[in-house]
Write a new protein. Structure first.
Length: 98
């Protein structure tokens, strides 16, 4: 058998790079006591896995706020980002309501 250019294996096209979709959450600011950091509480309503009753899940996120724009009680939109500290993995995207 001879290896002629006509019988060589077909070239495989490179797969397009995947871009990760970053999670976003809406929550209420519960603490602004740290420098450039907020604590945002997000409440989601989900059915109980066994009984089906709607229950509230509260989750607190540590959020980076570079300009310290948000105040306690504000409703904000936060987005996932790279780890910025031990607990901080979210950044402030916008303030929805003061």
């Amino acid at each position: 058998m001879s290896n002629s250019p006509e019988t060589s294996a077909p070239e495989v096209a490179a797969a397009p790079a995947k871009t990760a979709v970053r999670k976003e959450r809406v929550g209420q600011v519960v603490s602004t006591k740290m420098t450039k950091t907020l604590v945002v509480e997000s409440i989601t309503r989900v059915p109980h896995p066994l009984f089906g009753k709607i229950v509230k899940h509260r989750k607190r996120f540590y959020v980076h706020d570079e300009e310290s724009k948000a105040k306690e009680g504000d409703t904000v939109r936060i987005g996932e980002t790279r780890p910025l500290s031990k607990l901080k993995r979210w950044e402030l995207l916008e303030i929805i309501k003061h």
